[in-house]
Design a binder for this molecule. Structure first.
Ligand SMILES: O=C(O)c1ccc(O)c(O)c1
Ligand SMILES: [Mg+2]
Length: 595
């Protein structure tokens, strides 16, 4: 379907917005009035600029506070409308969006409102303009889409139809099934926005927190399927008011919007994701100086070396780490995911605008494709072939140990790209959002979202500094094990400096909440319990460069991440860093081993 986006959804001047929108491949735009008013170009030139960029002007908006206005305001309102119709002729736009009246002065009564709508449609038709009437969720008398449709039917004019906006429909909890009762040709326009579930009034929720489809919690695929069944064949148009998008790169936001529409169309078509990853193949760390000896200290064995690159393979149980000696500072630089169909997964990623990264490869090396996650981490789609690229330094066989695999990786996002990350992991990798929360940090606030694949085989936590530091420094690899206490005992004895010290106050509070093994206190093991009795024991290493390790033990089906302990962990990490090295940004020039 034709794809459009409202100019309000991206940052910049009107011309910058149009350029970014065109570059992302959109067919059209909704011109938002504020963007036009602030633009130094006359409407004819805006029209020409859009045409040069290959963009149609699908809609001009918003026109406000018209239907049901007190009688004495009608002449002035019609005068306003005439001006806008003439503007639209200059702009080459033939569809005007009318928002339902929000004025406290608006009078109730469907007959009056429908009469006004008819009048507006008659005047519009004289200019070759059509009017799409939208029920704002906070409209004074009209705030339900089916009410807007009743008025359109009453007004009964060919130049009048409805504009459906997913936010106004779904934020109020209206049943979207009603869209199927509206004849497709009377749905003049469809605006799409998602939103996180927030307990707040609909107006600030709409004006500050909308996001692209797939970034929030609304069932947009269900709504779109219904609108299509109704026979709607017009554009899918993103209309997102979002405080972060207003600051972010317009190019990146527009591209992300396009990705969201492609993913939505695939979801409606039932081709959402062909090859959801089934596990972690490896985590690759830039490890100059061997990561401070942490892999060996944690019980990993070096099992192979790459013949052509300074990369070592370290294994324990089902966990594999690649330690890449390039780079200035330790960091997590790539993640390998087991894929049932690596080629299909790579093709899917490309369709979702995540290009396969260029990679130097000798003919003997396994063919392996990677895409860049929003934070720059390279995500590889793997089958078992890549292991053969390493020259074994041991006889083959599983390296026994207490660690059994990789439980999750936690990545930190650039400040403006948290929603982009959620959409990337959901649409490109097929992971589902699981847990979203805010964690206090001594110097700010961290926002965190866990995404996971079927059965929790792949778990990715994305973090972003909500307030405070511009770019959160730390990433981590969480290793699964069957007995965290045994690991902790051994580390305490053999590498006492490796474990992150946890304050006694934490254990006093833990004792107040749960009866736990008193040994946890001395070992620095943290604890959580869920409402089903599932338990979580975990511990942290100190940080090297940007990265640290967590060891986790899940008991009784626990699905979380010990979120309640994250604030204590962050404070302990900051304390450690004030005594030692401060964390730096991701080292420049580190290229993941293109296996
Ligand atoms: O917040 C608003 O005023 C507003 C304006 C135009 C729209 O299409 C909309 O959905 C909301
Ligand atoms: Mg709207």
């Amino acid at each position: 379907m034709r794809k459009s986006i409202a100019t309000v959804s991206v940052s910049g001047t009107l011309v910058e917005k149009l350029e970014a929108i065109a570059a992302a491949g959109f067919d059209g735009v909704e011109i938002f009035e504020n963007d036009l008013l602030a633009c130094p170009l006359p409407p004819e030139e805006i029209r020409a600029r859009a045409a040069d960029l290959g963009l149609g002007i699908d809609l001009y908006q918003p026109f406000r506070d018209f239907e049901g206005a007190p009688a004495e305001l009608l002449p002035g309102n019609l005068r306003r409308a005439e001006h806008k119709f003439r503007l639209m002729e200059r702009l080459g736009a033939d569809l005007l969006l009318l928002c339902s009246n929000v004025s406290p002065a608006a009078v109730p009564g469907d007959d009056v409102a429908a009469g006004h709508l008819r009048l507006l449609a008659e005047r519009a038709a004289e200019h070759g303009v059509r009017v799409a009437y939208e029920a704002l969720a906070w409209g004074r008398h009209v705030n339900e889409y089916l009410h807007a449709w009743r008025l359109v039917r009453l007004a009964d004019h060919p130049a009048l139809g409805v504009c459906l906006d997913s936010f106004h429909i779904l934020s109020r909890g209206s049943d979207p099934i009603g869209v199927e009762a509206i004849p497709g040709e009377k749905i003049f326009f469809l605006q799409l926005a998602d939103a996180p579930r927030l307990a707040m009034d609909v107006l600030p929720w709409s004006r500050h927190y909308r996001c692209f489809p797939g970034q929030g919690t609304f069932d947009l695929a269900g709504l779109l399927a219904g609108v299509r069944r109704a026979g709607y064949a017009g554009p899918l148009s993103l209309e997102v008011f979002n405080d972060v998008f207003r600051q972010a790169s317009a190019e990146r936001t527009a591209l992300d919007g396009m990705r969201s529409l492609i993913a939505l169309e695939r979801e409606v078509a039932g081709t959402a994701h062909p090859a959801v990853p089934t596990g972690f193949a490896f985590a690759e760390l830039a490890g100059p100086g061997g990561l401070g000896g942490i892999p060996a200290a944690l019980g990993f064995t070096r099992t192979g070396t790459h013949p052509g690159k300074p990369v070592e393979l370290w294994e324990q149980g089902g966990a594999r780490l690649l330690v890449n000696a390039t780079g200035a500072d330790p960091a997590l630089i790539a993640v390998g995911l087991d894929s049932p169909d690596p080629a299909g997964a790579a093709g899917h990623a490309e369709e979702l605008l995540s290009p396969i990264l260029p990679r130097a490869r000798t003919p003997e090396e396994a063919e392996l494709n990677a895409v860049a996650a929003p934070d720059g981490t390279e995500i590889f789609f793997c089958d078992d072939g890549w292991l053969a690229d390493f020259t074994p330094s041991r006889p083959p066989g599983t390296q026994p140990g207490l660690i059994t695999g990789i439980d999750h990786v936690a990545l930190t996002q650039p400040r403006h790209h948290f929603d982009e990350a959620a959409l990337f992991y959901r649409s490109v990798l097929g992971l589902r959002p699981q847990e979203s929360l805010e964690v206090p940090d001594p110097y700010g606030l961290l926002r965190s979202k866990a995404m996971s694949g079927p059965g929790g085989a792949v778990r990715v936590v994305v973090n972003v500094a909500q307030v405070g530091a511009d770019h959160l420094p730390w990433q981590h690899v969480a290793l699964a094990c069957d007995d965290v206490v045994a690991v902790a005992r051994r580390l305490r004895k053999e590498h006492p400096g490796l474990l992150l010290p946890i304050p006694g106050n934490y254990y006093d509070d833990l004792d107040a909440r749960h009866e736990v093994d008193p040994e946890l206190r001395g070992l620095g093991v943290l604890y959580d319990r869920d409402e089903h009795g599932g338990e979580f024991l975990h511990l942290y290493t100190v940080t090297v460069g940007r990265v640290f390790f967590e060891l986790v033990q899940r008991i009784g089906g626990y699905q979380g991440y010990g979120a309640g302990n994250a604030a204590v962990r962050l404070a302990a990490q900051h304390a450690g860093h004030r005594q030692g090295v401060r964390p730096g940004p991701r080292p420049a020039g580190v290229t993941p081993a293109p296996l």
